[in-house]
Design a protein around this ligand. Structure first.
Ligand code: PXL
Length: 285
């Protein structure tokens, strides 16, 4: 396929509160990647607002997939995120198996800060681990990594050795590459940590702690990681790119004092994603 890389993004679209497709589309487009949205649900506002209206689009996903198969549409990457029902997991599994040569990325969106999102039932979380198992890359935050492993959410800083074992155990569930975000690693702030099973390599990118977690931050991180990898970045450089930009956007948002629900403010910074400055601010974990 010539031209920009093409990603099928299976996520919701929420009108208010930056997250999912309202973050993924601008970020990946700025990085020169074409996004083909496959909306899983339309929400007036994301679930963090407590009050929202939602239209479930479960039936739309298989219909869109059939359409793409009939047209012979190719994708370089299939990227799933927030899902509204267990049926949507089945539809994502079909999507992934229909495109065996595409890069399969699952952001197992289920919760944050040690708590599940409102619409995530125990059954939906269990099925999410089935989806994570068929991915090439998963990008859970620490809450989601704990859910996938059946571990308790660690309340304080965690040791390097514990995190290395979590990365390996998550990879043993299926994915070759595991990146865990928002990890308070002992002695080095809030980190993103990564593992590539084929190379048996562990990576860490450190960041500053900001005392608030904005919606859409995880979607931003994973989108930039994908954009970097599709553009030829190594894993640590893509992690560094994703962490550096997400950190700047978090600090920008924090400076305006907006509520976390409004989501990560990226509009003033988007142009920076086009720059190709050196990104080698990572270490081994
Ligand atoms: O970014 C996570 C996310 C995505 N989509 C919806 C959400 C959330 C988190 O609250 O509610 C609808």
């Amino acid at each position: 396929m010539t031209g920009p890389k093409r990603v099928a993004a299976i996520h919701d679209i929420s009108g208010v509160g930056r997250c999912s497709l309202t973050v993924i589309i601008p970020v990946l487009s700025t990085m020169g990647v074409q996004v083909c949205p496959v909306p899983t649900a339309v929400l007036s506002a994301h679930t963090g607002y407590g009050e929202f209206v939602m239209r479930d689009l479960t039936d739309f996903i298989p219909a869109a997939l059939e359409n793409y198969k009939r047209m012979g549409t190719e994708f370089d990457c299939i990227y799933s995120g927030f899902l509204a029902s267990t049926e949507q997991i089945d539809h994502c599994l079909e999507f992934f198996s229909s495109y065996p040569s595409a890069l399969k990325v699952v952001d197992p969106v289920m919760g944050d800060n040690g708590e599940n999102y409102k619409t995530y039932t125990p059954e939906l979380c269990r099925r999410m681990s089935e989806l994570a198992a068929v991915a090439d890359i998963i990008t859970p935050n620490l809450t989601e990594a704990a859910i996938l492993l059946g571990e308790r959410f660690p309340e304080g800083p965690v040791d390097h050795s514990v995190m290395r074992s979590w990365l390996v155990r998550l990879s043993q569930q299926g994915p070759r590459i595991v990146v865990i975000t928002s990890v308070p690693v002992a002695g080095c702030g809030i980190c993103s940590i990564g593992y590539d099973r084929e190379r048996n390599s562990f990576w860490k990118v450190s960041g500053e702690y900001v005392p608030i977690s904005y919606s859409g931050s995880g979607d931003m991180f994973t989108s930039i990681l994908i954009g970097g990898l599709l553009g030829g970045d190594s894993l640590p450089i893509a992690m560094n790119r994703a962490a550096a930009f997400t950190q700047s956007a978090v600090k920008t948002t924090y400076s305006y004092g907006t509520p976390w629900t409004e989501g990560i403010m990226f509009e003033p910074l988007l142009h920076r994603l086009r720059s190709d400055r050196e990104l080698n601010d990572y270490t081994n974990l």
